[in-house]
Write a protein that binds this ligand. Sequence first.
Ligand SMILES: NC(=O)c1ccc[n+]([C@@H]2O[C@H](COP(=O)([O-])OP(=O)(O)OC[C@H]3O[C@@H](n4cnc5c(N)ncnc54)[C@H](O)[C@@H]3O)[C@@H](O)[C@H]2O)c1
Length: 197
Amino acid sequence: MAIFGSGPVGLMAQKAAWINGASRVIAIDPLNYRLEKARKVNNVDTLNPDEVDVVEAIREMTGGRGADVCVDCVGFEPERTIIDKAKALINFEVGSMKVLDMAFKAVRRSGTVTIMGVYGSTYDNFPMHRIFDKGLTIRQGQAPVLNYIDHLIDLVKEEKVVLDDIITHTLPLSEVAHGYEIFDKKEEDCVKVVLKP
Ligand SMILES: NC(=O)c1ccc[n+]([C@@H]2O[C@H](COP(=O)([O-])OP(=O)(O)OC[C@H]3O[C@@H](n4cnc5c(N)ncnc54)[C@H](O)[C@@H]3O)[C@@H](O)[C@H]2O)c1
């Protein structure tokens, strides 16, 4: 399973992948401190898209086949080049679907792409041909939390999942603005902030 993005959502998706029987979990993120966190807390393989061709690397790691499942935990605000930004401007698009595009390329034929990251715009050049040709299944949307919460609490109670290992900052409520700032700007190796009233 290949999981794009190693923020709080990606780290949780990595945990869910192991719990649900994945045989190998590959985490992708341009921030090395987040990949380090992913290796430490979730024992995953990691790829940095600024250092390797992620699609090629995933193909190589899966015997040329591609990942069974690709999960987009980035959404429409990935790190973008000036060219990405210019293309978005010309096409009247908000952000970019470049991560989703990578997921469609890196998944195996008849595989599944799950979209957890948020998208809120239309996109030109949507790769319908690739989705059709590979016979892909796409799952996406806001997490239906009420549907799963009892099961998830049971997983914590039974110690099948650890949650607090992704927390990097515990702050008083009076420092909420600072907490948001370091999370937004990815400063101080921030991954997950918990506020204590
Ligand atoms: N579906 C839902 O119910 C739900 C719930 C909560 C959050 N979300 C969404 O999930 C997404 C992730 O949330 P988060 O809190 O983990 O955010 P985050 O910003 O902390 O994490 C996103 C990660 O993606 C990485 N990234 C950027 N460009 C990349 C690329 N090209 N390839 C791989 N990784 C790349 C960033 O470095 C960052 O670590 C957001 O879009 C958020 O809105 C969805």
